[in-house]
Design a protein around this ligand. Structure first.
Ligand code: F6R
Length: 611
């Protein structure tokens, strides 16, 4: 949510900041803006995408070697020029950008209004900025001190960058709950919400921690806590290549990321899954094996697509390890004072590692003594750092707003984890264990086979693109896949879609079925095959339009369906990694056929750092 970029050094700041904003646009794209320190403080901002901002500043003097920029996902105030960041302070001397939400902004705003302040925007950011300026004026202190005092008063989450016309050699930054990375160059520093704007300039970065303030100059980086004590910056080397964040010849990031899956799943399994020797090596699991296998209960906490991966994990862990599992929406879990017993294990699943709901749910659970295991994609992210142990999915940067390769990476990690735990617990037979290792090993190749010919999926998407509603149905391991298919279609093509366990239809939703309703069955050959054949019959009898994901070689399901997409045969425990791929493509091509921006669907943003 909201992308933040800053630059200070010997280059022209504007091109660096704009390029960085384009890399971060997936985090929010309803307006964008920059502030440059160029013989005074100048702010340029515009409703719309970064390209609209660029168009609006053509011909202007955009010089200056210090700049901050922002791409917004609106929280307080509609998307508009005046609500776009950066905001000027009342005096016009300061400018600030902010990612997060200041929860007590209304109260602070009222205090400021009593003192005569007026506001040009509806944002909480402008309130915080004027609050900082008011403290500086009142206390006659430095801006840094005023910032510290203000941050101690506010409630909520923030990553802010602040510049002062009177001190053109400094950017002040601070974070709590919203990410901030600082890249260290030679005589220059780069600031950003994630490493993607930084990677082409330097691989040395510092991840700023919660409650830290960074005082950033061209050749100096000082970190302090809110008590004004200096803290040593911990420099990390980025393990990421520029190619990973570029489209590499694909029309969209989403398509690229779908097609990367054979490689990303392979990368996730590489070095961990050793089918010939019958081993799975996962340091995070091995070091805590006893806590994991003797857990009285496992609670999985996640949101959205990651929550769907959690549902698959519930099936896997209960079946293989015989440990009760609950799968919780992080946003609900965090607010209902959940009961956590000693020994309970929490598995947090998150692509970004920054999702605010998940993060806060984990912080609460950690305070209650739970052991947290993170299944995270973004290395060094807040959830990864908060977890006691974990396993990265190694899917590489996911830039398309819809999660695709991260989902299959999560499934790969969770399957290995369940198998390793089951082996240690003795709840899986030798033969089944070995079969599943080989099944898992074969997944990348099978995904590659699905991706070889996608023309029929494109044709189906075009055929049904004007439907107003869709149903997605599955049973067993394919039920979470149905939910994921519905979510993907909603977010990319804006077609209303719902996912259900196929057997639930007769308890209500079947009333929706008529000759206009496309119903997608995830109906691969598994233990529910006969049952789902009956469910398909029930829809057919009511004239629904049937689209099936079926196993290669099956002839029964195809004989009943209007359209079929085949996937290679696989054990049902690894099946979701295959059957979800055509559904990702279905939504991609439906969105494309409708002329939508599939990488940046309306109202959405990647990395949901507000609750
Ligand atoms: C859907 C999607 C979201 C995320 C959710 C959690 O395509 O991307 O539903 O899965 O916002 O995000 P992470 O996994 O980053 O915690």
């Amino acid at each position: 949510m909201c992308g933040i970029v800053g630059y200070i050094g010997h280059r022209q700041a504007y091109p660096v900041v704009i390029k960085g904003l384009k890399r971060l646009e997936y985090r929010g794209y309803d307006s964008a803006g920059v502030a440059l320190l160029n013989h005074g403080l100048k702010v340029y901002k515009k409703k719309g995408k970064v390209a609209d901002l660029e168009d609006s500043v053509v011909g202007l003097d955009l010089g200056g070697q210090v700049g901050i920029g922002h791409t917004r996902w609106a929280t307080h105030g509609e998307p508009s020029d005046r609500n776009a960041h950066p905001h000027y302070s009342a005096s016009g001397q300061l400018a600030m950008i902010h990612n997060g939400i200041i929860e007590n902004y209304a109260q602070i705003k009222e205090e400021l209004q009593h003192k005569g302040y007026t506001f040009k925007s509806d944002t909480d950011t402008e309130v915080l900025l004027n609050f900082i300026e008011e403290i500086r004026n009142n206390n006659e202190c430095s801006l840094e001190e005023a910032l510290r005092i203000a941050l101690r008063r506010i409630v909520g989450a923030y990553c802010i960058l602040l510049v002062d016309a009177a001190d053109p050699d400094t950017i002040l930054a601070a974070r709590k709950g919203s990410p901030l990375v600082i890249g260290i160059g030679k005589g220059e520093h780069f600031l950003a919400s994630d490493a993607s704007p930084i990677i082409e300039y330097t691989k040395e970065v510092v991840y700023v921690n919660d409650y830290q303030i960074a005082i950033v100059r061209a050749d100096e980086l000082i970190l302090k806590n809110l008590g004004n004590e200096k803290q040593t910056p911990f420099i990390t080397r980025l393990d990421m290549e520029l190619a990973a964040i570029e489209k590499g010849g694909y029309e969209h990031f989403m398509l690229k990321e779908i097609h990367e899956q054979p490689q990303t799943i392979f990368d996730c399994l590489r070095g961990r899954l050793l089918p010939e020797s019958g081993m799975i090596t996962m340091g995070g699991v091995e070091n805590h094996l006893e806590s994991l296998i003797h857990a009285p209960r496992i609670i999985i906490v996640a949101c959205g697509t990651s929550w769907h991966a959690g549902l698959v994990a519930e099936y896997l862990i209960e079946e293989l390890c015989r440990i009760p599992v609950e799968v919780e929406y992080a946003s609900e879990f965090r607010y209902r004072n959940p009961i956590i017993h000693p020994g309970d294990v929490i598995i947090a699943i998150s692509q970004s590692g920054e999702t605010a709901d998940t993060l806060v749910a984990l912080e609460n659970a950690k305070e209650k003594g739970a052991f947290i295991f993170g299944v995270v994609n973004a290395v060094g992210s807040s959830i990864a750092r908060l977890s006691h142990a974990g396993a990265y999915t190694h899917s590489g940067p996911e830039i398309g707003v819809a999660s695709t390769k991260a989902f299959t990476g999560q499934l790969a990690v969770l399957t290995m984890m369940a198998l390793k735990m089951a082996r240690a617990k003795g709840t899986v037979s030798d033969e089944r264990y070995r079969t599943l290792l080989h099944e898992l090993h074969a997944v990348p190749e099978k995904v590659a086979a699905i991706l070889k010919d996608t023309a029929s999926i494109k044709a189906i998407a075009e055929k049904y693109k004007d439907a107003s509603d869709f149903l997605f149905l599955g049973r067993g391991y394919n039920f979470p896949v149905a939910l994921e298919g519905a979510l993907k279609l909603k977010e990319i093509s804006y077609i209303h879609a719902e996912g259900y366990p196929a057997a639930e239809m007769k308890h209500g939703p079947i009333a929706l079925v008529d000759e206009k309703l496309p119903v997608v069955f995830v109906a691969t050959r598994d233990r529910f095959y006969e049952k789902i054949v009956s469910n398909v019959q029930e829809i057919k009898a009511r004239k629904g339009r049937i689209i099936c994901i079926a196993s290669e070689g099956d002839s029964t399901i195809p004989s009943m369906a209007d359209d079929v997409i085949f996937v290679p045969d696989a054990d049902e425990l690894v099946g979701p990694m295959l059957s979800v791929v055509p559904l990702q493509l279905l939504s991609y091509y439906a969105g494309l056929a409708k002329g939508y921006d599939v990488d940046k669907p309306r109202n959405l943003a990647k990395s949901v750092t507000v609750e």
